[in-house]
Design a protein around this ligand. Structure first.
Ligand code: NAP
Ligand code: MG
Length: 473
């Protein structure tokens, strides 16, 4: 049992102003795995005041001073990687190999990237006689989801720190353990008091207190569309900057060539990773309609190869995060059946032989783009295959979505792959599996408005100042 009852405010572990706790449930066992404190607006007041006090000094630090702090964090993070991974397994059910592996590696990758960008970043630039300076925006509220806890948290904290901001992190109730360990890492690394603060609790209490706060300059949020909309409304009266990373219903386009079966298999297995709980997941698989039989055979075999079970064991997929997510996913699978999609693999209920824990069957449908299962983000291991007649139609289907987060194009003809990638109305397109920590990540349309990762992630947290007449003409 983990007991994480203190908050990290002004460089110290402190009790909440009003004691109140909540249980955290392990989604693989349905057993209580720990307790956290649930903060109140009074805790937010203390943290914002600490962050404001710390801003005066931290915003004036040199690049080298901030680099030293990030390097110190890096060595503390390295010491506690497995602990972080195990916490992620316990809180959101990722298999140990994934928790200790890619989950933790994503956090480390964003830290290393922030260090590399900070070494080179141009905070000042002379244009004619004007000096253009990029300055930290101030006190930032960081609100994060449970699905990739280290990724979503590190992609905010490290750029915010590197650019001289101070911050209050509100981790998700469903995945609070890894955030607590991360706060211990920042503490051990000697981040100055008040620069980083962390309060656990509910989004409607802590999140709202941050979004509406007079003395918070910016909110960076990753999560669902309705909450993103609410935060913008809450932040409007104080004219805060609001960075939003929301959901997606991204298309994975497989071109008509000799690699079709392999690409379909890769797309199918990829969709099931992290139990399908990935905002950028390629959840609509677009394939040449004329080759649907081949596609279905490949997708079915790939889906059936995805083993599901105890995240402590040697399985590819663990449970989904909670009973509530399990139920939502079951409703979507039922919806798919009701609207006449063809079930290729998986389906309703838990996988064979599992009677406890929020385990979902990896599921593949063949459907059409007007179906609910092709339009709404399911956030579970459910793939919808859609046929296209030609490339123009594939692009039209891909872009026919209220979301615009990611896209994938796989094929043997790299010129065609590139050309299709350019036509997608999304912020992040992976060509034949391309991946890059320095590439800006974020959405068009209702997938959000921000760009995180790498140098673009720094701009999220910077104001721009013009000093006119700086250089004498
Ligand atoms: P969510 O409800 O949007 O929660 C994300 C974060 O916002 C959590 O820390 C949450 O706190 C907080 N929050 C909730 N209400 C708030 C409010 N009124 N003001 C400020 N903050 C608030 O997302 P979720 O529950 O984690 O997942 C639900 C859906 O969101 C998923 O099914 C998926 O569609 C989408 N999602 C998208 C991404 C992405 O990366 N784009 C990631 C995760 C989820 P609590 O701790 O109280 O929940
Ligand atoms: Mg929620």
């Amino acid at each position: 049992m983990r007991e994480y009852l203190k908050f990290y405010i002004d460089g110290k572990w402190v009790d909440p102003v009003e004691p109140k706790t909540s249980e955290v449930v392990n989604p693989a066992t349905e057993a209580v795995s720990g307790r956290i404190s649930m903060g109140s607006a009074a805790d937010v007041e203390k943290a914002v005041a600490a962050a404001r006090r710390a801003f005066a000094g931290w915003s004036e630090t040199t690049r080298e001073q901030r680099l030293d702090v990030l390097l110190a964090i890096q060595s503390e993070y390295a010491k506690r990687q497995d602990e972080l991974g195990d916490a992620i397994t316990e809180e959101m059910g990722a298999p140990v190999s994934l928790g200790r592996g890619f989950h933790v590696a994503l956090g480390a990758g964003h830290l290393q990237t922030a260090i590399e960008v900070l070494r080179e970043f141009k905070f000042e630039e002379l244009r004619g006689s004007t000096m253009i300076r990029q300055e930290p925006i101030g006190v930032c509220g960081l609100i994060t989801p449970w699905n990739w806890p280290m990724n979503q948290t590190c992609v905010k904290i490290f750029p915010a720190l590197a650019t001289g901001n101070t911050m209050i992190l509100k981790p998700p109730q469903l995945a609070p353990f890894s955030a607590h360990i991360l706060a211990e890492i920042l503490d051990a690394a000697g981040v100055p008091a008040g620069v980083f603060n962390m309060i656990q609790g509910s989004g409607s209490v802590i999140g709202t207190a941050l979004s509406t706060h007079e003395d918070v300059d910016m909110i960076s949020f990753t999560g669902s569309e309705p909450v993103g909309v609410q935060i913008q409304k809450d932040a409007a009266p104080t004219v805060k900057r609001v960075g939003l990373e929301l959901g997606g219903k991204s298309a994975f386009i497989v071109l008509d060539d000799a690699a079709l079966a392999d690409n379909v298999a890769a797309a199918t297995v990829g969709m099931m990773g992290n139990s399908g709980q990935t905002c950028s997941a390629g959840s609509r698989l677009l394939v040449p309609a004329a080759r649907m039989d081949e596609v279905v055979a490949s997708a079915r075999a790939a889906c059936d190869s995805v083993t599901v079970g105890d995240p402590q064991g040697n399985f590819a997929m663990g449970p989904v995060v909670s009973k509530s997510q399990f139920n939502i996913i079951q409703e979507y699978i039922q919806k798919g059946l009701d609207e006449g999609a063809q079930l290729v693999a998986g389906g309703l209920g838990r996988p064979e032989g599992i009677d406890k824990g929020w385990f979902v069957k990896p599921t593949v449908f063949v459907g059409s783009n007007d179906m609910v299962i092709a339009r709404e983000e399911i956030f579970g291991p459910v793939l919808v295959i859609i046929g296209y007649d030609d490339i123009d139609q594939a692009v039209a289907i891909a872009n026919d979505s209220t979301f615009g987060l990611a896209g994938y194009v796989n094929g043997l003809d790299i010129d065609q792959v590139r050309a299709v990638g350019k036509r997608l109305r999304t912020g992040w397109v992976s060509l034949n599996g391309g991946f890059d920590f320095h590439a800006p990540f974020g959405g068009y349309k209702r997938s959000g408005n921000g760009r995180e990762w790498g140098e673009f992630g720094f701009h999220e947290y910077l104001e721009i100042k013009s000093l006119l007449g700086y250089a004498s003409a």
